[in-house]
Design a protein around this ligand. Structure first.
Ligand code: AMP
Length: 604
């Protein structure tokens, strides 16, 4: 971790409107990449940052660059290049959030597949920041609709992804068409040779920042991760875990102060004694909360990293990383809140599909594999509820004087000619009415459960429902290696490039770029190989997606074409052996895709 001396945003020379926006969004302190990058970028230095999504890198460049934006000048001063339209939109939204207190500020995302006239209108009207995919940015530069003569900073975001998707020559072309005095910040999760070359060629004495660090492993702490995305789905997962795992006390880590309050409230509403712990609370209040946890008056603390620093409570049996930490050091610190005084501890890590890389770097730094966990099924949740209920029955029978009720119910039984079991059933029904013993999979819950784990090819749930195998679990159902060739009604005559197709499919259908196979361009159509078994709803969705202003109208071209690696049978997900082969197949697909992308460049 770099720049440990910067511990609060107020220490950074950011303008008042930016400080206000940071406060409003609830960030407590700069993440390591922010603490390290912001001073250099404020200084006007070029920067080479090795960091992945989830580390807070967007704010690491957006905040210092916004600091220098001149709102009265309406031509683009900052250009961010991103590999996908999804990331371009995300980054543009982040700029909008951080500039919320800067009146008259305009940011514009531009990407392929989007209507050109709207972009042209907006560019004409004047914008301060442009965030775009390389292909579309090139289009605008060629048409002279994007004027970069006043550009002061250029950011290459997820540079290795741009390389993987075959965009690197486009990126260099764009770099060549920017003023020579501009500042460049290059962010990449990895530093392959071609990216290093770009950095050597276009960056001037860059400051280099790396967020990975080697960290000590935590012994008697069992570590597991769960692929899950979004607040509601994470909340559903947490509820199942709390209900089925035997836990004593738990610390849940989130990223923002706002989230500590929100999540603690939701858990309280579900009957848990939970409380928030964050940097807004004064020292006394924080200590009181920790003491309540120590004394069994509280079972769950929802905390930010800062507030939970150094908590030493022996009864903490679980640490749950609701939001993935920025780096491995923070991870080790967090999970070290359990397994105290030689006890066993459990650490659970929620990982969103886009954060997979962060998970791998934690594994690398701690030199420990974190295994996927299975989300407790409805059946498991029910049986835990019944177990607890039975225990309550036994305890009550053993400890209470029940004579009054015995007489009352004996009389009822005789008068109504009802057996003791029948009466017990009715009473149990009444008792559990508000909190049913049977875990019912409501359609909403089921949908949410199906989404949990999607995108994670190694996640093996014992309790798969039919819906989980097909339906909306898109990435899971297309994760094999058998490929089908599809025809798209857009071709060379429409000026389409393979990158546009990869971008559109990966973004709209939520398919990892690495699962998109060979693309061939013809004059008025093209073909793409996609994993076999594309669910119909996904196909319908893709049909309407527009690339180069034309709907894809995707349809299977003919029969199935097994790809080379697909000669191996598509592995089932439930066994360890199968999991290994899925990973292997996936790696192969990845390598293959890389070569294909290169070939595609030649074709396109
Ligand atoms: P990024 O790596 O830029 O994709 O950011 C990942 C997530 O971290 C986003 O949801 C940000 O809103 C959040 N984030 C960024 N910086 C901070 C911070 N200093 N404190 C808390 N959350 C942050």
């Amino acid at each position: 971790m770099s720049s440990p001396e910067v511990t609060s945003f107020s220490e950074l020379a950011l303008s008042a409107p930016l400080q206000k926006a940071i406060k409003a969004v609830g960030y407590e302190q700069p993440s390591p990449i922010q603490a390290a990058s912001i001073p250099h970028l404020l200084n006007g230095d070029d920067l080479l940052g090795v960091a992945q999504t989830g580390t807070g890198k967007t704010a690491a460049f957006a905040l210092p660059l916004l600091n220098r934006v001149d709102l009265s000048q309406k031509s683009p001063q900052i250009l961010v290049l991103a590999p996908t339209r999804e990331l371009a939109i995300q980054v543009a939204e982040a700029f909008q959030t951080y500039a919320s207190q800067m009146k008259g500020f305009h940011v514009l995302p531009i990407y392929g597949g989007q209507d050109m006239s709207g972009q042209l209108r907006q560019l004409k009207r004047g914008v301060h920041v442009v965030v775009g995919t390389p292909g579309r940015v090139m289009d605008h530069l060629r048409r002279r609709s994007l004027d970069l003569s006043n550009l002061s900073s250029l950011v290459l975001d997820e540079a290795d992804e741009m390389l993987r998707m075959g965009f690197i020559e486009d990126v260099e072309w764009i770099l060549e068409h920017t003023p020579s005095e501009r500042q460049v910040a290059l962010f990449s999760a990895t530093m392959p040779k071609p990216i290093r070359k770009v950095a050597d060629r276009y960056l001037k004495h860059p400051k280099e920042i790396r967020i990975a660090s080697e960290t000590a492993t935590a012994p008697h702490i069992e570590q597991r991760f769960l692929m899950v995305n979004g607040f509601e789905r994470k909340l559903d997962a947490i509820t199942r875990i709390l209900e089925s795992d035997v836990f004593d006390a738990m610390i849940i880590f989130v990223r923002t102060k706002i989230a500590t309050g929100e999540l603690a409230e939701k858990l309280e509403a579900r009957g848990y004694s939970a409380s928030a712990l964050n940097g807004d609370m004064n020292q006394t209040l924080r200590e009181r909360t920790i003491n309540r946890l120590k004394k069994n008056q509280l079972d769950i603390i929802v905390a930010t990293d800062v507030a939970a620093r150094g908590i030493d409570v022996t009864r903490v049996s679980h640490v749950l990383n609701f939001d993935i930490p920025y780096d491995s050091e923070a991870y080790v610190h967090r999970i070290g809140r359990t397994g105290r005084a030689g006890r066993e501890g459990k650490a659970i890590l929620f990982v969103a599909p886009r954060e997979k890389r962060l998970l791998h770097s934690i594994e690398k730094a701690t030199r420990q594999k974190i295994l996927p966990m299975e989300l407790p099924s409805g059946l498991e949740v029910s049986s835990r509820r019944i177990e607890r209920f039975n225990q309550q029955l036994t305890d009550t029978l053993e400890s209470q004087n029940l004579d009054f009720f015995y007489d009352m119910l004996s009389k009822y039984s005789t008068e109504q000619e009802r057996s003791a079991e029948e009466i017990a059933c009715a009473l149990t029904y009444l008792l559990q009415k508000d909190k049913p013993l049977q875990f019912e999979e409501t359609p909403k819950r089921k949908k949410s459960r199906e989404k949990i784990g999607s995108g994670h090819i190694e996640d093996s749930s014992k309790h798969k429902t039919k819906g989980e195998r097909g339906g909306s679990s898109k990435r899971k159902s297309i994760g094999g290696s058998q490929m089908t060739r599809y025809r798209l009604e857009v071709g060379r005559n429409d000026n389409v490039k393979p990158g546009d197709i990869v971008g559109a499919i990966s973004n709209e259908a939520d398919i990892d770029g690495e699962h998109i196979g060979h693309i061939k361009l013809y004059a008025d159509y093209s073909t793409v190989d996609l994993p076999e078994g594309m669910p119909n709803d996904l196909l319908q969705l893709l049909k309407k997606v527009r690339v180069c202003n034309r709907p894809l109208k995707i349809k299977p071209e003919g029969g199935q074409r097994p790809s080379n690696e697909a000669k191996k049978k598509m592995p089932k997900k439930n066994t360890g052996k199968a999991k290994a082969s899925v990973t292997e197949a996936k790696t192969k697909t990845k390598t293959k895709t890389k070569t294909k992308v290169r070939k595609r460049k030649a074709n396109g």
